[in-house]
Design a protein around this ligand. Structure first.
Ligand code: UDP
Length: 353
């Protein structure tokens, strides 16, 4: 057989299909792009409870082909089993989860059943089909109000402030217990800091339902005239300008961290493996710094006022991302300004639709 034919055969035989649960969501869709760019074959399962079909069109325009997508939740073992077998799934990135903090406090069972039920179902199907590799979406909320900064993975996990936060903590525990029990799984939990921005093409981005809870979509919607005024939640925190500090990471940097984690799991290693990584830039920025940077790059004055503190907000958190650099070879590359520029471009093209 000729060399190119051999290569083609090898490519066809290499199983590179990655199931992305919640792949039509904000972080999920950007990760689908990063996976495809890295040579993987992403397949989506999403119930579109918090995402829109238009995301699939955006993905098609960016990638030049239609990403396979099953419209279903992840709580149904039969659907998952069929999908794993039909698509020859090699690894999973699990984003699918409800994420509204306020709603989670009002509807705890809905959150525990969906977020933990889907994780357990997924793990059962992985065991049944012999799929070992899993990347789990966790959050820096596990650190609560940290005792020191930046936060390191070895720091203690604090009691969760919300049901949503607790589903992330318990999710991590379930995964750690699976590896501790010697189950044939290789799992990485990624603790995300604050993802912002959009794909530079402005074909996919964040699509908040109704009034945004998060800062950056609130800023861009205010600048676009959709919201009247941004309220900065408190300027009396013990920080240099009095507003809260977070580690804002470009969503494409975050997406690429999933690829790095998957590649690390792909290396030969022990049968059972579990680890956690901070995925942030390592830099803390205040709310008022974001407002100023945005005004500067957009050339628009932002209508904002200083409002009261928001219940449950912590003063400051940012990552020590050394472990991800040392063990995954990953670090954030894009600046805060770039992330805000991409968020603003995305918002402006949304208005044109
Ligand atoms: N924030 C704000 N006004 C808003 C939304 C958020 O001042 O309308 C602040 C919030 O208090 C926090 C930061 O922006 O300090 C990031 O909040 P976000 O909800 O985006 O993420 P969180 O860190 O709470 O997960």
């Amino acid at each position: 057989m000729c060399l190119p034919c051999l290569r083609l055969l090898k490519f066809k035989m290499t199983n590179n299909t990655i199931l992305v649960t919640g792949g039509a969501g904000y972080i999920g869709s950007h990760t689908v792009v990063a996976l495809a760019e890295a040579g993987y074959r992403p397949v989506i399962i999403d119930d579109f409870s918090n995402s829109q079909q238009s995301v699939l069109d955006g993905l098609k325009q960016i990638l030049g082909y239609e990403v396979p997508c099953v419209v279903h939740d992840c709580n149904d073992p039969a659907t998952l089993l069929d999908l794993f077998q039909r698509e020859n799934v090699r690894g999973v990135i699990h984003f699918a989860a409800f994420k509204a903090v306020g709603e989670s406090m009002a509807e705890p069972l809905k959150y525990y059943r969906n977020n933990l039920g889907s994780l357990i179902t997924l793990l059962e199907v992985m065991l049944e089909t012999g799929v070992t590799d899993l990347i789990f979406s966790s959050s820096c909320t596990v650190y609560g109000e940290p005792d020191s900064l930046p936060v390191v993975e070895t720091m203690p996990v604090k009691p969760a402030a919300s049901v949503y936060g607790n589903t992330k903590q318990v999710g991590e525990e379930i995964l750690r217990d699976m590896a501790a029990a010697g189950k044939p799984v290789k799992i990485i939990s990624l603790r995300y800091f604050n993802p912002i921005g959009a794909h530079p093409s402005a074909l996919i981005g964040e699509l908040p339902l109704g009034v945004p809870n998060n800062l950056v979509p609130y800023i861009t919607q205010t600048a676009a005239g959709i919201r009247e005024q941004l309220s900065v939640f408190g300027d009396d925190y013990p920080t240099p300008d009095g507003s809260c500090i977070r580690d804002y990471i470009h969503v494409m940097d975050l997406a690429e961290a999933h690829v790095a984690a998957l590649q690390a799991l792909g290396q030969p290693g022990p049968g059972s493996h579990y680890d956690v990584f901070n995925i942030g830039t390592g830099l803390g920025h205040s709310v008022l710094e974001l407002v100023r940077t945005f005004e500067n790059l957009s050339g628009r004055r932002l209508n904002y006022r200083i409002g009261p503190r928001r219940a449950g907000d912590i003063t400051a958190v940012y990552a020590d991302a050394t472990k991800a650099w040392e063990q995954l070879g990953w670090s954030a590359k894009r600046s805060l300004r770039e992330a805000l520029e991409d968020a603003w471009r995305w918002q402006q093209q949304l208005e044109k639709k």
